[in-house]
Design a protein around this ligand. Sequence first.
Ligand code: PMP
Ligand code: GLU
Length: 425
Amino acid sequence: MKRTYFVEAMRSFPYSVRTMTPSAMKERSPISRRARAVEESVTLAMTERAARLRAEGMEVLSFSAGEPDFETPEHIKQAAVEAMAKGYTRYTPSSGIPALRKAVAAKFRRDNGLDYEPAQVVISCGAKHAIFNAFLALLDPRDEVLIPSPYWTSYPEMVKSTGAKPVLVRGSEEASFKVAAKDLEAAVTPKTKLLIHCSPVNPTGAVYSRAELEAIAKVAVERGLWVISDEVYEKIVYGSTPHISIASLGPEIRERTVTVNSCSKTYSMTGWRIGYSAGPPEIMEAVAKIQSQSTSNPNSIAQYAAVAAFEGDQSFVAGWVAEYSRRRDVIVQRLQAIPGLSLSVPEGAFYAFPRVSALFGRRHGKKKIRNSAGMADLLLDEGHVAVVPGEGFGSDAHIRLSYATSMDCIQKGMDRLEEVVRSLA
Ligand code: PMP
Ligand code: GLU
């Protein structure tokens, strides 16, 4: 089109359209670039898919959600009932009720050797929210964030939604996928601002040893990185490697770390949405400010329940972990016996992460398995077994199974999984 005609034609469009470049017009959408860059949570999507099929009458055995299957203990529920009866149903201080911030500070001292003042603690709507807040408090667009991979599915998406850039650092499968400090160091650029560290790891079940943590802390201190340490599975460890909070390794790393944790896994309180974080005062003030302008306080009743969780009996947790450990032994042994699957034994959390790539290219009837999503689809369609594709955790060669489910479900699920795999041509 000749330029004069083009200008004439453009005059008939509204100003906002006229000022757009042709390529911007093409990709015109009311949705922000940030929102478009973010993927839906694969763990939640698979959990919802399984629930939908179940509602339609299908007997689905679900290994999808990373969620304890135990009931929230009675004394915690009772504290919530009492909080309601007492009328604690209004706004609380945005960063949480003083009693809970104090209980969390005491918990960090008791369990993690970390000395935080209650003023350095912020209570949020789950660890997910606490991590999001910390990212918002620390990241500017184009900052780079080191994410050990395989990773919990939400980290890169959260980073992207701040405008910063996720930089994946792959752990070696032979080393239980743990990322070596030297590999983290090699990924540092002048733009690297932050490292998100998680142990025990979702999805691999790896637990970092003291020596490994010391090496990572050294890199963070020497290269001036901030650290978010996600410790939501701290209580769920089976082997001889204990959980250690990276911030407890010395004053220098402590001053650079935001420690995040949650009531979700330890106390089976996933639906209550209570997570918490603690760190250097300047960062926690920024976290508190952001929270005050977004969600305000977490649910008031759940906060009173969380006080009871921290201050009440803790002995049931060991019983739950013993049960997870029995389930782990069964699921690992069953998965290892299936031809084409291989896995390293998880030492913590409640996930098995078998490699399934040896099955890619095989067929079930007309369906050919091409990747982890194809494998998950086949298992759901043919075996009515819900697993999460490894793709969502940064490893398309694997699938993730949560064994926070009954032994009966594990045995039946493994029967079906084995049957589907053995039927492949
Ligand atoms: N971190 C990790 C590694 C997780 O697996 C989860 C799963 N829920 C969370 C954080 C968030 O937990 P929540 O928001 O329920 O406290
Ligand atoms: N963290 C759990 C999981 O990985 C719960 C779902 C989620 O928030 O991702 O399955």
